[in-house]
Structures are given as structure tokens and as C-alpha cells.
Write a new protein. Structure first.
Length: 187
């Protein structure tokens, strides 16, 4: 808290006026970061002409945001008070940890067009949306930890591959190529 106060050019007592303690500050930072990501994903989806284009825009936006600030991303997704493993009774206004709220909101963002554009029933659309967002998050974290390594695709190539996998399914995407296809960008 002393370092944060010094960086902000204020005293620790001023920081404590707004945040009870370090966990309170972590929750506030986490809530702000996930709100920014959620808003960017919402805009990406709603500015697209089709659901597939919306998925592509959301994947690219997500990868760009985690690439831009990996330390902030890891702070938000690895801090117990933000993900809910040690938040106890001190959580966000809706009664849940920020990351749980974020994941539910992204799932809902995807569920609505799945019902409307894909004709899925509510339960199937909810399962599909949850799977989509979990897949993107997991693949994004895999990529974030390996960026720059030999054979690891750049963001654009990975975003396109994830979109193809999500939209067509991995087996359909593999069959469309003449054999297994690398996601590494050809030089």
C-alpha cells in the first residue's frame, strides 16, 4: 500500500480511506479491468455484421487486451480475491467476485445471439457460450505464456484459428485443410 500511495503521490491513509486493505484494492482493480474487457468484447460483438464475425472480433479483442497488459491480466485472473477463492464476504456489489461476474456476463453476451442466430434452445446456447468463452480464455493463456517461441503463432494467426475452431469445429477445420494444419504463420 505504501508503494501504491507513493506512486499515486498521496499518503497511505488516503488510500485506506477508499480501500479497507490490500484485498479491497485488488477487488476494485479487478472489477475495473474485467469491466473494461467486457465492454470491449461487447462492442466487438455488436459492431460485427454476423455472429461469426462477432466471434472473430471478440477473440482478436481479447487476445489484444491480454497481450497489451499481461501482468495486469495475470493479476486479475490469478488473485484469489478477484477469482473468488479467498474473497470471503468482501466481494463486488452483485455479491460475486469480479472474475465470476465477468465470465457470466461474457457467457450471456454469447448466449443471446446463439439463440437468435443459431436457433439453439436456451440450455444448449448457455452451454455453447460457456464452452466458447472457456476455450478462448484457455487458449489465450496458453498463447500468452508461449508468445515468441518457435512455432507459436502471432496474435492474428491465432485469432483466426480460434475463430475457425469455434465456428466450424476442430475436425471440420482440419478436414478442410489437406491434412493437419499448423497454426504457425507461414513465412
Amino acid at each position: 500500500m505504501e508503494e501504491i500511495a507513493a506512486f499515486a503521490g498521496t499518503s497511505k491513509s488516503i488510500i485506506y480511506r477508499y480501500f479497507e486493505d490490500k484485498v479491497g484494492l485488488q477487488i476494485a482493480v479487478g472489477a475495473q479491468v474485467v469491466a473494461e474487457i467486457r465492454d470491449a468484447l461487447d462492442q466487438a460483438l455488436h459492431s460485427a455484421e454476423s455472429l461469426r464475425d462477432g466471434i472473430a472480433a471478440m477473440v482478436d479483442t481479447y487476445l489484444a487486451m491480454i497481450e497489451h497488459s499481461p501482468n495486469v491480466y495475470y493479476f486479475v485472473t490469478r488473485t484469489g480475491s478477484i477469482i473468488g477463492s479467498d474473497a470471503g464476504p468482501r466481494i463486488t456489489g452483485d455479491g460475486r467476485p469480479p472474475l465470476t461476474t465477468f465470465i457470466d456476463e461474457i457467457d450471456e453476451l454469447m448466449r443471446v445471439p446463439a439463440v437468435r442466430e443459431l436457433g439453439l434452445d436456451e440450455v444448449a446456447a448457455s452451454a455453447w457460450a460457456t464452452g466458447q468463452s472457456s476455450f478462448v480464455r484457455g487458449t489465450g493463456e496458453w498463447w500468452l505464456a508461449r508468445r515468441g517461441q518457435a512455432g507459436v503463432p502471432d496474435r492474428d494467426a491465432l485469432a483466426e484459428q480460434i475463430t475457425t475452431w469455434l465456428w466450424e469445429g476442430v475436425t471440420a477445420a482440419s478436414r478442410a485443410a489437406s491434412g493437419p494444419k499448423s497454426i504457425a504463420k507461414e513465412s
